[in-house]
Structure formats: C-alpha cells, structure tokens
Write a protein that binds this ligand. Structure first.
Ligand SMILES: [Mg+2]
Length: 172
C-alpha cells in the first residue's frame, strides 16, 4: 500500500467517526495544499503536494464531500497548470484563484453562488490568520494550518465543524 493510500485509509476512518459532516471543504493552495508560493515558481517545474494532501482529498471525495479552492495567488495560470500536472484539477467543483484586497470573503461569496452550499455547511483550511479571521466571520468553520494540511488538521476541522453545527440540524 502506498503512502497516499495509507493516508486515505486513515482519513476515511477519521471522517467516518463524525455524525455531522460539511457538504463542501475548501482549501487554500500556497502553503496549505503545496509547500510553496506558486507565483515564485515556473510552469516548467513539477510541483508536489504536502505529504497528506492527496490522501485527504481522495478520502473526502470518496465520502461524497465536494471540494473547492480559494486562493489569492496572483498567478492563477501557474496554479491551474500545477493542479493539472498533479492530476487533481477535476476534483474541485469550484476553483476561485485571484488576488484580492479582501481576505477571501469575495472568494467565498463566489463559491457560495457557484455551488449553492451555505457558509455554515463549509469547512476551510488556510495558513494565514487574516483569511481564517475574515472567512470564519461569514459562518464558515475555518482551520489554521501551520505546516500544510494533514490528518491532524482534518480531525481538528471536523471536530470544530461538529461543534459549530451542534445547535442546529441544518447541516445534516
Ligand atoms: Mg496560503
């Protein structure tokens, strides 16, 4: 069994232990899914993801949870090129990649319009405090990741999501 398969298996177990799940999980790109700023890279390079990222994406997809991207990268062409090379571009139902003055509130409004998923049914992973702060104010469960998305962050995210959904049945 490869590393991706092992992580996917473990992620499936983690997801399976929660009663209430988000309908959509949104990821930042730079320093969340991959360990670099893609604006500093060349399209000719071969990118790689953080070690747990692929297994987590596959597990969420397997469980019928939709995936999306919210990135403030000024080089969406490089980002899209890298997602293609990694073979994961088609996994995302929304890919909002554009630089903005706002801390991703605009990205989430677009994702909401595109998918119809309410903010309180979304879970978001990002490595920047200001994005976490702005997006959680919209009602999205937002998780800070210090060293890329990993199984610990996934567990934390689903735990916080459950707690935030605790008082209502709307997210089931
Ligand atoms: Mg980032």
């Amino acid at each position: 069994m490869g590393d991706d398969e092992k992580v996917k298996d473990e992620a499936l177990q983690i997801i399976g232990s929660f009663q209430v799940l988000p309908r959509l999980v949104v990821f930042d790109l730079d320093h969340t899914l991959w360990p670099f700023y893609c604006e500093c890279r060349s399209k000719r390079e071969t990118p790689s993801l953080f070690p747990h990222a692929r297994g987590i994406l596959y597990a969420l997809k397997d469980k019928g949870i939709d995936l999306a991207i919210a990135s403030r990268s000024p080089t969406s062409d490089i980002a899209m090129n890298f997602l293609n090379k990694l073979g994961i571009q088609s996994m995302f139902v929304a890919q909002e990649i554009f630089s903005s003055w706002t801390h991703k509130t605009e990205h989430f409004q677009r994702i909401n319009r595109r998918t119809g998923v309410p903010f309180n049914s979304m879970l978001f992973f990002d490595d920047e405090d200001r994005n976490i702060e702005a997006v959680s104010k919209m009602g999205v469960t937002s998780i800070f990741v210090g060293n890329g998305v990993n199984l610990g962050a996934l567990r934390q995210g689903l735990t916080n999501f459950s707690q935030n959904s605790g008082s209502s049945d709307e997210n089931k």
